[in-house]
Structure formats: structure tokens, C-alpha cells
Design a protein. Structure first.
Length: 363
């Protein structure tokens, strides 16, 4: 669950990955500023090749709240997701395919607030949102408030490819997913004890009685809910794509739609830049966070690191919102700023070595 009040500014990460044979609009890597408190150069590689960037949600993620076992599970899941996407890209696959494959893996993990690990609404249900955008064509698809679609990111892609719409919601989205032959599950598939306990804690804070629930599976410790997932990819052809998937916020009103399925708010990709956000969705919608990062490159000529930093540590923080964004440009530059204690995040470049971080003091 995200903090209700803004937390202090945290260290962000920017990895510089110089690539060759890129789109004409790409800014040269030398234009990037040197490392600062908010833009640490995590790595530099001169090898040409694809890049994949992911997040697994931002929030109150501290070492004090983490067990060694849990941390290892997150790092392993993030690494597996990066390697999955990298395999697609290294095999000559499209950015869009890499984004979908990566997010599907994260949706299938109970660790993240997307797909299997989705948080509960105030009504004790799971309502999932997702979107995907193809930077090369500008096409996009999204679903909101789905309750039986196992992999909402695939439904989002199907909306993009099989309809003339961008966003389908609730029953209409479920019907479309069924007609498209996508995998549906009983809503109980999305139950995890950990997310259920998060809901009960939120209810307690509001003075409400606990909701009666399914039998407890004590294998997962109860802890704060966070873990929206996002992926950005730059393929060998120089095309970018972005995707985001979430269960939203614990204790949200039923019918509430966050930023993740809203193009421009939670997800954006164009020919220059791709971005995916995580945080208090209402702020991300009002500030059009993902599009704002990319627009600053286009309109102001900023570097990716400058643009992402201004949006998160400037606009979002000043508005009182919390969260973070991952961003990737056509030159392979990566930025991952956030204003929360931590953000599950990682990137992988041409060399296939996965870089994963969780806390604010990790580069
Ligand atoms: N942004 C998501 C939402 O508001 C939640 C999150 O990123 O944790 O639905």
C-alpha cells in the first residue's frame, strides 16, 4: 500500500547503455548528465543490442520490513522476468512481445500486485487493470476492472490488435476476453492470504469489521500491498514498447480504475521514449505522469534522466503523490526515479546480465 503522505526524496537510478544503429531521433548517450544523487550511472555498455526495464511496484519497501527469504524471492522473480524478456529480444523478437512475455511472468507470480498477487477491493474482490502500447505504431490497448482474466496484459494486447478500441472495462472486457479465447480463471484464483490481510488491516484503520474470507493459506506472510508491474523494451529494430499491470490499491472502491490502464498516465510509448508508472494512481492520472516524462524529451529536449527526475521529484512530489516511474529511450538510456522508500526494479542490456534493485540506497 502506498503511503498516504509524501515521503522524503529518495535516490533514483539511471543506467546508461550506449547502443548503435538507433533511430535518428535518439539522443547521443554523451548528452546524459553525470551521476548525481538522483541519477547514478549503474552501468555503461558499448555493446549494441536490446534493452528491457521493469518495475514491480513502489512503496514503503524497507530492509526492516523484509525477511532475507522474501527479498531473495523478489530478486529471483525480477531476475527471471528480465531474463524472459531478454530472451525474446535477443532472439530478434519485437519489443511488444518482450513486454507481454515479461509482464505475464510477473502476473503469474503471487509476489506482485498484478494477476495472481492482486490486491483486494473494499468489497473483497480482485479487479485488475492493464495496458500496453507500441511505440512504433502508436497503437495501444487496455482493460480495466477485470475479475476472471488470468493475464490482463494479454487481454490489453488483444484489445489493441483485435478491436478498434483502446480500453475495455469490466463485463465488456471479460466478454471480449472470452470471445478472444484468452485464459479465464475463477475469481478465487486471485486469492492470496497476504493481500487478504492487507485489506483487513486497511478496514481496521477505517474502524470496519473484518470481512469474512476464504480459509487462510499461512504460507505467505501478511505485509503491505504494493507490486504493480511494468515493463519497457527496446528491440533490435530500435522500436520501443511499454506495458503495466496491476490489481490497483488495497481497499479501493469497487469500480475504481487507476492509472495503469490509462494511456499517458500509467503507460506510454512512442518512437523516442517509453515509460511505466507505479504509485498512487489518482496522482498519475491527474499529472499524466508517463506521457509527461516522454513529452519533456520531445518538447524541452531534456535527457531521459532529467525528464523522469523532474516528473517524479518535481511534479509528483509537489502535488503530494508518491510512486515512481521507469523510463527508456530509443538510445537505450534508462531512468528509474521514485520518491518512496523503495521500488522493485531492474534492467537488462545486450550482455544479458540482469541488474535488480529494491531499496532506495541501491544503484
Ligand atoms: N498505480 C496503481 C494504481 O493506482 C497502484 C500501484 O502502482 O501500486 O492502481
Amino acid at each position: 500500500m502506498h503511503e498516504r503522505t509524501p515521503s522524503r526524496r529518495r535516490i533514483a537510478t539511471a543506467a546508461l547503455v550506449a547502443l548503435t544503429a538507433l533511430a535518428a531521433c535518439a539522443r547521443p548517450a554523451e548528452d546524459e548528465p553525470g551521476p548525481t544523487a538522483d541519477t547514478l550511472a549503474a552501468a555503461a555498455s558499448t555493446a549494441a543490442g536490446p534493452v528491457l526495464v521493469i518495475h514491480g511496484g513502489a512503496g514503503t519497501i524497507t530492509r526492516a520490513e523484509m525477511t532475507a527469504e522474501r527479498e531473495a524471492a523478489y530478486r529471483a522473480a525480477l531476475t527471471a522476468a528480465l531474463e524472459t524478456g531478454h530472451r525474446v529480444l535477443a532472439g530478434g523478437g519485437a519489443a511488444l512481445d518482450a513486454v507481454e512475455a515479461t509482464i505475464r511472468l510477473l502476473e503469474d507470480s503471487p509476489l506482485f500486485n498484478a494477476g495472481k498477487g492482486a490486491v483486494f477491493t473494499a468489497a473483497g474482490r480482485n479487479e485488475l487493470d492493464a495496458s500496453i502500447m507500441d511505440g512504433a505504431t502508436g497503437k495501444a490497448g487496455a482493460v480495466a476492472g477485470v475479475t476472471t482474466v488470468k493475464n490482463p496484459i494479454t487481454a490489453a494486447r488483444a484489445v489493441m490488435e483485435q478491436t478498434w478500441h483502446v480500453l475495455l472495462a469490466a463485463d465488456g472486457a471479460e466478454t471480449f476476453a472470452r470471445e478472444a479465447g484468452l485464459e479465464l480463471v475463477d475469481p478465487s484464483y486471485f486469492f492470496t492470504e497476504r493481500r487478504w490481510q492487507s485489506l483487513q488491516r486497511e478496514r481496521e484503520k477505517e474502524g470496519l469489521a473484518p470481512l469474512p474470507g476464504p480459509p487462510a493459506d499461512r504460507s505467505l506472510a501478511a505485509e503491505a500491498g504494493h507490486g504493480t508491474v511494468g515493463a519497457l523494451a527496446l528491440d533490435a529494430a530500435g522500436n520501443l514498447a511499454a506495458g503495466t499491470s496491476t490489481g490497483g490499491l488495497t481497499n479501493k472502491r469497487f469500480g475504481r480504475v487507476g492509472d495503469s490502464p490509462i494511456l499517458g498516465a500509467g503507460t506510454w510509448a512512442d518512437r523516442r521514449c517509453a515509460a511505466s508508472g507505479t504509485g498512487q494512481g489518482e496522482y498519475f492520472i491527474r499529472l499524466t505522469i508517463a506521457r509527461d516524462v516522454c513529452a519533456r524529451l520531445e518538447y524541452l529536449g531534456l535527457t531521459l534522466a532529467e525528464a523522469a527526475d523532474q516528473v517524479i521529484h518535481g511534479a509528483l512530489t509537489e502535488a503530494g503523490g508518491t510512486g515512481g516511474v521507469i523510463a527508456l529511450d530509443a538510445a537505450g538510456n534508462v531512468a528509474m526515479p521514485f520518491n518512496t522508500e523503495g521500488m522493485y526494479r531492474g534492467w537488462i542490456g545486450a550482455d544479458g546480465v540482469a541488474h535488480v534493485a529494491i531499496y532506495g540506497d541501491e544503484s
